[in-house]
Ligand binder design. Structure first.
Ligand code: NAD
Length: 284
């Protein structure tokens, strides 16, 4: 047993090693001053990408991510923009191109929840979640694709013209009562991603989603912060651990790299098996 644990730790340490798969590429990560976006930004930088740390609130937290990237020898800038606002998204891409020359990778990560029973849901809360989670991904994807097409191929850094990774959720397929606005936004992300992949595959723009299960971040703190809550959550996870943000960072970097060049138009679920509907193990 001891040697297996040792081997696993060794393997994990190896997999954390940087290997410059994204060297000389530039990556915009939206919502990168917290949780999953933060880990994705760090992972992209660890693999050699210049990173734009987008955020909407929390200047200090964004600067911290930039500083940590600089400490490990990487390059990053923080950029404040609301992804649901067209003018701000356009300005963010302009600033990125002015700073780094182009954009190679977009990670559409920014997202939020405004939960309530459906019959109590306000139009404001419905609209807000759709605006950030879905329209935000539309606006950023459109600017990224415009830039990929304008700039043309960079065969020295990637075989693809550009890469887009949409942060979706297991709730693009698992219905979620009490969170109808959120589930609808992620269902929308799924078909936006697939339709874009169909439309722009011929131009060598590679587009996929990551579908996290339960990952420990501020968005879902009540679901894991007490032992009771965590035990209840684990009933939904066959692999019996709550996910870490680094689990998503690793998947996103791989999807951005040429190692995954034949993965196109799909969602990689990173969920410990949550999409296996474990409630059916002893029921149904
Ligand atoms: P988080 O609350 O820690 O981070 C969300 C980030 O989005 C923050 O940086 C926030 O500033 C940013 N953001 C919010 N509105 C924005 C806007 N208008 N413009 C720009 N940035 C904005 O949450 P997280 O768990 O890290 O979530 C990140 C993504 O992962 C979301 O899309 C979420 O739906 C998805 N996700 C998370 C989980 C999970 O278990 N944590 C599971 C499935 C999917």
């Amino acid at each position: 047993m001891h040697s297996i644990v040792h081997l696993l730790n060794h393997t994990f340490a190896m997999y954390q090693q940087p290997n410059n798969r994204l060297k000389n590429q530039t990556c915009i990560v939206t919502g990168a001053n917290s949780g999953i976006g933060r880990a994705v930004a760090m992972s992209m930088a660890r693999d050699g990408a210049n990173v734009v740390v987008n955020y909407v609130f929390g200047d200090e937290a964004a600067q911290q991510v930039v500083d940590e990237i600089a400490q490990m020898g990487g390059t990053a800038i923080a950029y404040k923009a609301d992804v649901s606002k067209e003018d701000q998204v356009i300005a963010m891409f302009q600033e990125t191109i002015a700073t780094f020359g182009t954009v190679d990778i977009l990670v559409n990560n920014a997202g939020l929840q405004r939960d309530s029973a459906f019959h109590n849901m306000t139009l404001k809360d419905w609209q807000f979640v759709l605006d950030v989670n879905l329209t935000g991904q539309f606006l950023c994807s459109r600017e990224a694709i415009r830039e990929f097409l304008r700039r043309g191929p960079r065969p020295d850094v990637s075989v693809a013209l550009g890469k887009i990774i949409c942060m979706s959720s297991v709730h693009e397929v698992i219905p979620w009562g009490g969170h109808v606005n959120y589930a609808a936004s992620k269902g929308g992300v799924m078909l936006m991603m697939k339709s874009l992949a169909q439309e722009y595959g011929p131009m060598k723009i590679r587009i996929n989603s990551v579908g996290p299960g339960a990952i420990k971040t501020p968005i879902n703190r009540p679901a894991w912060e007490t032992p009771e809550a965590e035990a209840k959550l684990l009933e939904l996870i066959p692999y019996q651990r709550v996910g870490e943000t680094s689990d998503i960072g690793a998947a996103a970097v791989w999807l951005a790299s040429d190692e995954s060049d034949y993965i196109h138009g799909t969602t990689i679920f990173v969920d410990g098996g949550m999409t296996l509907y474990p409630g059916f193990t002893e029921n149904g």
